[in-house]
Design a protein around this ligand. Structure first.
Ligand SMILES: Cc1ncc(COP(=O)(O)O)c(C=O)c1O
Length: 390
């Protein structure tokens, strides 16, 4: 996308605005498709239905973690048998919905399976989530595979669950683990795959799994000095360990770099020797910097000729001191009215946004074949109050 396009898009749709390049998603998906047997796009990273539709057409399966995400996938046209549900702490009414729909359910606990068996009226299609005791991720908060995390089952509990499912006559399709999010080295994936394969082979007399699912967590570089994961090399390493077909559940890898968040500077001020550029996107629009301390590249859109470099805290409009997009960032001298592009905003951007401080959520635009189209309207103030009971 040209910078001039970004200026025009900001004029046309206003800011803050998520702008997604469809071609980049196809390119990323293509890299994975060539390397693994089955891809469940983990839609929590970005649930926009236009994006889901596009990935369905590319041949992707979908991984959903809530009834809402299952409904989004169904709306995007995914058939039930191409959706896997990987929830945790799932309620009985949610289990009843999933059983009735017939999506594959990735069992997270013996309790979940018992409750599911009691309410299911037909045989279920099941996968089982192992807690491999191996965790990794870009932040403590995104590590899920470590021993003391709430996710999955230790081997003994998993064996009890599998035996229970067999006795009840349900279809056992897969074993699964997901160790965390934002991982840029092969080593933790390899360790987890060894444990997953060991567990699978302990069932070899009883079950032949359709596939083993090594989860998502494939990281992307956010900083200049971070290196891309080598997908063919990782896939080869995993193939050497796992005998069954391999499924993955990537979210971030597919969508992160497809999207920029456009936001406009409305106030320049300084306090205590710090320069603040205040923009119209805060952690209500992109929570990653405030929540995980994540780094996103920030680019001035348009001409920076003649502007000397200065350090800025790029902060939002929320009434919280923790409301920032970037700290101590060297930028060309910023002016009120400047447009900034926050890079790599496609994963866990809109999907983690909120209405905090009673602010309507941003709009989303997709660029495809050189054309822009709105894929989610900006919320209105009316939308904010539409569920209030007066
Ligand atoms: C079970 C499961 N699968 C897949 C993912 C996707 O992770 P990522 O976006 O890092 O690929 C997550 C995210 O935390 C997850 O919890």
């Amino acid at each position: 996308m040209e910078m001039s396009d970004e200026l025009l898009l900001a004029e046309k749709y206003d800011t803050p605005l998520y702008v997604t390049d469809a071609g980049k998603i196809r390119e990323r998906y293509g890299k994975l498709k060539g390397a693994f047997d089955r891809i469940y796009y983990s839609c929590k990273a970005n649930t926009n239905i236009a994006i889901l539709k596009m990935l369905r057409k590319e041949g992707s399966f979908a991984d959903a973690v809530s009834v809402g995400e299952v409904l989004a996938c169904l709306r995007a046209g995914f058939p039930e048998d191409r959706i896997m549900f990987t929830g945790t702490g799932v309620r009985n009414d949610e289990l009843a919905f999933l059983a009735e729909k017939g999506v594959m359910i990735n069992i997270d606990s013996c309790s979940e399976l018992e409750r599911l068996c009691n309410l299911a009226k037909k045989p279920l299609s099941l996968s089982f989530r192992l807690n491999p005791g191996v965790g990794a991720g870009h932040s403590e908060k995104t590590i899920t595979g470590n021993k003391n995390s709430k996710f999955g089952m230790e081997e003994e509990a998993l064996k009890r669950a599998v035996n229970m499912a067999m006795q009840k006559g349900h279809e056992i399709k897969a074993l699964h683990c997901h160790i965390g999010s934002g991982i840029l080295s092969e080593e933790p994936f390899i360790r987890a795959a060894e444990i997953l394969e060991n567990t699978a082979s302990s069932f070899k007399e009883q079950i032949s799994f359709e596939f083993l699912d090594v989860g998502g967590g494939f990281g992307v570089p956010y900083k200049e000095d971070e290196r891309e994961l080598d997908i063919p090399s990782l896939a080869n390493a995993l193939c050497r360990i796992i005998k069954e077909p391999i499924a993955i559940e990537p979210g971030r890898y597919v969508v992160a770099d497809s999207t920029v968040l456009l936001t406009r500077v409305n106030t320049i001020k300084s306090n205590g020797g710090r320069n603040f550029a205040q923009v119209d996107a805060g952690f209500n629009t992109l929570i990653r910097p405030a929540m995980y301390g994540s780094y996103h590249k920030v680019r001035l859109v348009g001409d920076s000729i003649g502007r000397r470099k200065k350090l800025y805290d790029i902060v939002g409009p929320l009434c919280e001191s923790g409301d920032f997009l970037a700290l101590d960032r060297e930028m060309p001298e910023l002016r009120e009215g400047d447009l900034l592009a926050i890079e790599n905003a496609g994963a866990y951007g809109y999907s983690m946004s909120s209405n905090y401080n009673s602010r309507p959520k941003a709009a989303e635009v997709m660029i495809e074949d050189g054309r822009d189209r709105l894929i989610r309207e900006r919320e209105s103030y009316e939308d904010l109050f539409s569920k209030e009971v007066l």
